[in-house]
Ligand binder design. Structure first.
Ligand SMILES: Nc1nc2c(ncn2[C@@H]2O[C@H](COP(=O)(O)OP(=O)(O)OP(=O)(O)O)[C@@H](O)[C@H]2O)c(=O)[nH]1
Ligand SMILES: [Zn+2]
Length: 224
């Protein structure tokens, strides 16, 4: 199902279908990335080129294993491409009695990667949703953030993807996602503006339509 079919909120969205972020897409990407034209040793050679570009000697003993380490680190840092949101959100609980108030999980720490500079984005995500007959295990919300964070990202898109996945798979009455993060591409290079924080928000369903519900969640976060 394409989230673009879900209603006006999504009608003009550039977001691709959830399937595109899912397991099939990850496998396709991996096939592409692991094609015979791109071997592990070629990736390591590319890292060695970057070491040379940095001004050092990839052959010196201290750096000899670094290309292999960096290649392994990439598998970890970018492991999100292999994680399918619909699998992560697959376990739900519907024996929730009469519970019908917001569920909020705050301070979900994440590491992501700026797609412009491949520099770290470090921050916290806060998720709220208004259940409609079922709830999700709270660890799955953190897993979902991790799945979208460990990719090349811009913060706005990551924020939207987290909310859109919850809205599509869990189909609650509404979802709100707030992400606060620091971008190393801004602090460690370029303008070198340390201490700045980017806040992004994505609202779906009741959180988009109901200002009081949205305001209650945003106020609870005490954003500066
Ligand atoms: N909106 C948004 N911008 C981002 C994000 N991460 C990095 N950027 C910005 O992306 C922009 C890329 O700008 P370019 O002019 O193409 O690249 P650049 O010459 O390296 O830019 P400077 O960072 O200003 O030196 C920069 O302004 C970054 O601060 C993000 O998550 N969201
Ligand atoms: Zn950047």
């Amino acid at each position: 199902m394409d989230i673009a079919t879900e209603g006006p909120r999504h009608a003009t969205r550039a977001t691709t279908s959830l399937e595109d972020h899912g397991r099939a897409a990850a496998k396709a990407r991996r096939r592409q990335n692991n094609s015979p034209a791109l071997t592990r040793s070629e990736v390591e050679a590319a890292v060695a080129v970057l070491i040379r570009w940095a001004g050092d000697d990839p052959a010196r003993p201290g750096l000899a294993d670094t290309p292999a380490r960096v290649t392994r680190a990439f598998e970890d840092w970018f492991g999100g491409y292999d994680l399918a949101p619909d699998d992560i959100l697959g376990t739900t609980f519907d024996e929730i009695g009469g519970y019908a108030d917001p569920v909020e999980l705050r301070d979900i720490a994440f590491f992501s990667w700026c797609e412009h500079h491949m520099a770290p984005i470090r921050g916290k995500a806060h998720i709220a949703y208004l259940p409609s007959q079922r709830v999700i295990g709270i660890s799955k919300l953190a897993r979902l953030v991790d799945a979208f964070a460990r990719r090349l990202q811009i913060q706005e898109r990551m924020t939207d993807q987290i909310g859109a996945a919850i809205q599509q798979v869990l189909q609650p009455a509404g979802v709100a996602v707030v992400v606060e993060a620091r971008h190393d591409c801004m602090s460690s290079r370029g303008i070198r503006a340390c201490g700045t924080g980017l806040v992004t928000k994505a609202m779906f369903g009741a959180y988009r339509e109901d200002a009081a519900l949205r305001g209650e969640f945003l106020a609870s976060l005490q954003l500066r």
